[in-house]
Ligand binder design. Structure first.
Ligand code: HEM
Ligand code: HEM
Length: 227
């Protein structure tokens, strides 16, 4: 049973999640294009948004880049420049700093979304759900750091990266790399894949469009009388 679960969650579930993300996003963009937005609440309540959202976004975008490069760069490609042990320490340090930024930012965003009436009134179920799921995922990610500290040779990191690389290149046997890993890594990966799965049903779709113009906008909405 344990072996079946391992194969399911780390060998099959990744494809279900990624496929749902791609097909679901294409369908949503096609069927309901005006729902494709970040759903800004700046107009309703500003306090805490600038600092909370900025800390969160900077932290999460750098974590995203770190995960992408860290998990998908093959061992042979970085070996001439940096040892696995050094890379593990780099991941823990950079991930720890960016993760802490995201943690502070998210705490402010969650406080704002749960205590400010105007924001709460326009918060949909999925807005709150995705914020909390991302928060749990972030905490699980931060909890992997002490676990990684037990394998400073980078052996755990190599196994996890092999898993990710086998998945994205459609090679068999990916799940076997995870079997012996600590529970916190497993939970972090399964919840991460679940975020991919529900992606099209949340406001997360805004990240594909990277609405950077929001950063420069004046903050006032111009309303003109008709004719
Ligand atoms: C690609 C770059 C990105 C840009 C330019 C961007 C921009 C924005 C903007 C403008 C908002 C609305 C803030 C407001 O209320 O005015 C927002 C909200 C949000 N973004 Fe992003 N985003 C990006 C990437 C991401 C990523 C990678 C994630 C998570 C994985 C994310 C998660 C969220 C969440 C959860 C909210 C809602 C926060 C709240 O509850 O108030 N964003 N984003
Ligand atoms: C499918 C999506 C994801 C996968 C497969 C994944 C996988 C991993 C793995 C394997 C590690 C351990 C790296 C190591 O030390 O060897 C890790 C660490 C971490 N993850 Fe994720 N992750 C995902 C999404 C996320 C998200 C969305 C967040 C933030 C909300 C996040 C935050 C962190 C943090 C803070 C760490 C610890 C520092 C680091 O090593 O970078 N992860 N993740």
């Amino acid at each position: 049973m344990a072996e079946y679960m391992n194969t399911f969650f780390f060998g099959i579930y990744p494809y279900i999640a990624i496929l749902t993300m791609i097909v679901g996003s294409v369908l949503r963009y096609d069927q309901d294009p005006y729902s494709w937005k970040a759903d800004s609440s700046q107009l309703l309540h500003r306090k805490g948004l600038r600092v909370g959202s900025n800390l969160f976004h900077v932290g999460i975008l750098l974590l995203f880049a770190g995960h992408f490069v860290g998990l998908l760069t093959p061992h042979w490609a970085y070996e001439p420049f940096i040892t696995a042990g050094q890379k593990q320490i780099l991941a823990m340090t950079a991930g720890g700093i960016f993760g802490s930024m995201a943690f502070i930012g998210m705490t402010i965003l969650i406080w704002r979304r749960t205590t400010q009436d105007r924001v709460r009134a326009t918060t949909k179920f999925m807005d709150m759900a995705i914020l909390l799921i991302l928060f749990v995922q972030l905490v699980l990610g931060l909890l992997t750091i002490p676990q990684s500290a037990k394998h400073l040779d980078g052996s755990s990191m190599i196994a996890l990266a092999e898993w990710a690389q086998h998945i994205v290149t459609f090679r068999g046997g990916a799940a076997e790399f995870i079997t012996e890993e600590a529970l916190v890594f497993k939970l972090h990966i399964v919840l991460g894949l679940t975020i991919f799965l529900i992606f099209p049903f949340t406001r997360l779709v805004h990240m594909v469009s990277a609405p950077y113009k929001y950063i420069l906008r004046s903050g006032y909405q111009i309303v003109r009388k008709r004719g």
